[in-house]
Design a protein around this ligand. Structure first.
Ligand code: NAD
Ligand code: 44H
Length: 504
């Protein structure tokens, strides 16, 4: 291994030298990889997860016709376009183990990137081309445009209204919905088989939700087209898992210090990887199972396990941690009470809401979650976990509350987590410092939270998030006790009492 004396840019030409500096590089001929997948939402997670799987397959001499073309439609996606373009769409993935060990590799499966606004017709033509057989998505929970209480498509969102008009007028789209539905319409007219729409977002029944939302969008354009989409396009469900924090300047600096390689947008993630995928594809798929993907007939039990234990657990960690003055997930996990009350939530509330999971050792799974949250090398911020709560709590935690209310199982900790969100939404911590609430409903949430001194149930009366839970005493009683305790005793003491099963 060459000592990293000079800075070396990551690009195709420098790959041999990058390898000399201790980073594994693609051994396959990237120029022979042709596009088969368009991925919307190329952020940290896609690059740590699905793109790595394709890179593994390419490295094994498979899937050469399943190269990924990234696509972005939001203004800030220019940053990813430029970062990737300058390095031939290569990037480094660093897996950080809890003991400090780092596994580094260069991923080569993304072969191009299209920023929609640069050339909407070009992106649409690509999506219409028969070589594209999968359109995959990590556009976040909010990207599916679902009303959290009714579960229906939000039809009056301005970008959606504009795209519906554009498609009706035969003009070019701007949103993911517009691109996918325009392309499917064009393929249908040209007699080209539709692609599969493969969601990789953290949403329960993500494929079914995508099917419903894309069909609802199409219905606004053309009812017959919507029917054809519902009948002809596969939307497989999946459970995806790998904690991938947002990239920081420290990550770029670490890579440079350790190896001398510069990467404009490296990805850092935990070593754990899981992808459980429903085998339902319209026009073929890569041999995913050759790269650790569990291809199954029914994903739902795995999805529920992950969303209700891991992601809801993250919600339990985020607001208590931020209110308690912590910045990183592992710092909050080092408070002895926090892992204990999180485990109480997982054992007493999350677990009874799950269907049987034959062959899965749930205790080992929950132990591993506590370990993964505690990994000090990942430096996952509580701010990331606590962002866009209005898209997360209703989709991950409230289904546990509703199922347990129906079955008579406990909901005390889940109610306390809801109260911690309400307390956090007040926008200040316990020493008077300010939080920046990152949520598309931030103003509304903060304004309602500011009234809960006089009206402690104000936050849960927001039916668009909580449905009718404000009318349910079995929920409001523990919720009010937790909210009062958070105000009067603070997050750390409230966590201690929850951990110790003491009265709040
Ligand atoms: N980060 C993780 O640990 C992790 C793990 C499992 C699953 N996921 C899933 O992946 C999603 C993305 O996570 P990430 O860490 O890559 O985030 P990120 O912020 O790095 O990337 C998100 C991408 O989605 C795009 N996007 C957001 N809203 C959109 C919209 N309305 N239309 C089109 N594009 C949109 C953004 O422009 C960006 O390219 C999560 O919301 C989650 O559902 C993430
Ligand atoms: O990325 P989000 O918005 O779905 O949720 C935040 C975290 O809970 C999530 O990213 C987890 O880290 C991830 O789901 C682990 O696989």
């Amino acid at each position: 291994m060459t000592a990293p004396t000079t800075a070396l840019s990551l690009n195709t030409q420098n790959l041999a030298e990058v390898a000399d500096r201790g980073i594994a590089v693609p051994t396959y001929d990237r120029s022979a990889v042709s596009p088969g997948i368009v991925h919307f939402g190329v952020g940290g997670f896609h690059r740590a997860h699905m793109a790595m799987v394709l890179d593994d397959l390419l490295g094994a001499g498979l899937a050469a016709d399943w190269g990924i073309v990234g696509a972005g439609v939001l203004p800030h996606d220019v940053a990813m376009r430029d970062a990737l373009a300058d390095q031939d769409h290569l990037y480094t993935l660093t897996l950080k183990h809890a003991d400090g060990a780092k596994e580094r590799r260069v991923i080569g499966s993304i072969i191009d990137y299209r920023f929609g606004p640069d050339d909407p017709a070009g992106l649409l033509n690509l999506l219409t081309d028969e070589t594209i057989r999968i359109v995959s998505l990590t556009v976040t929970e909010g990207g599916y445009n679902v009303n959290p209480v009714t579960g229906e498509f939000i039809t009056d969102e301005p970008t959606i209204v504009a795209d519906v008009e554009a498609l009706r007028a035969g003009e070019l789209p701007a949103t993911v919905f517009g691109y996918v539905v325009s392309a499917l319409r064009a393929r249908r007219e040209a007699g080209i088989a539709p692609f599969t729409v493969q969601s990789c977002d953290n949403i329960s029944e993500n494929g079914d939700v995508a099917a419903k939302m894309f069909s609802a969008f199409a219905r606004l354009v053309d009812a017959e087209l919507a029917e054809w989409i519902a009948e002809s396009v596969a939307f497989p469900n999946s459970m995806v898992d790998r904690i991938t924090p947002a990239t920081t300047d420290d990550d770029r600096a670490d890579l440079l210090t350790d190896t001398g390689v510069t990467d404009a947008w490296p990805v850092v993630a935990e070593p754990f990887f899981q992808w459980v995928l429903e085998d339902d594809f319209t026009s073929g798929r890569p041999p995913y199972e050759e790269a650790r993907v569990q291809v199954v007939d029914d994903v739902q039990p795995y999805e529920h396990m992950k969303l209700r234990l891991l992601n809801s657990g993250h919600q339990g960690l985020a607001y208590f941690g931020l209110l308690g003055g912590y910045t990183f997930a592992h710092e909050a996990m080092a408070n002895p009470d926090i892992p204990v009350y999180l485990r109480r939530y997982m054992d007493e509330e999350g677990t009874p809401s799950l269907a049987p999971l034959p062959g899965i050792d749930l205790d080992a799974y929950k132990d591993s979650l506590i370990e993964r949250f505690s990994n000090p090398e990942i430096r996952d911020t509580l701010a990331r976990l606590g962002a866009e709560s209005s898209d997360r709590i209703p989709k991950w935690l409230l289904p546990v509350v509703k199922d347990n209310l129906a079955s008579g199982h406990p909901i005390e900790v889940a109610a306390a987590i809801c109260a911690s969100w309400a307390r956090y939404a007040e926008g200040h911590d316990e020493s008077g410092g300010r939080f920046t609430i990152v949520d598309r409903y931030a103003d509304e949430l903060q304004s309602v939270a500011s009234t809960q001194g006089e009206d402690p149930l104000a936050f849960v009366r927001q039916e668009q998030f909580f449905g009718c839970l404000a009318e349910e005493p079995r929920f409001t009683e523990p919720y009010l006790k937790a909210l009062t305790s958070l105000h009067e005793r603070g997050a750390k003491e409230t966590a201690r009492r929850l951990a110790a099963h003491e009265e709040l």
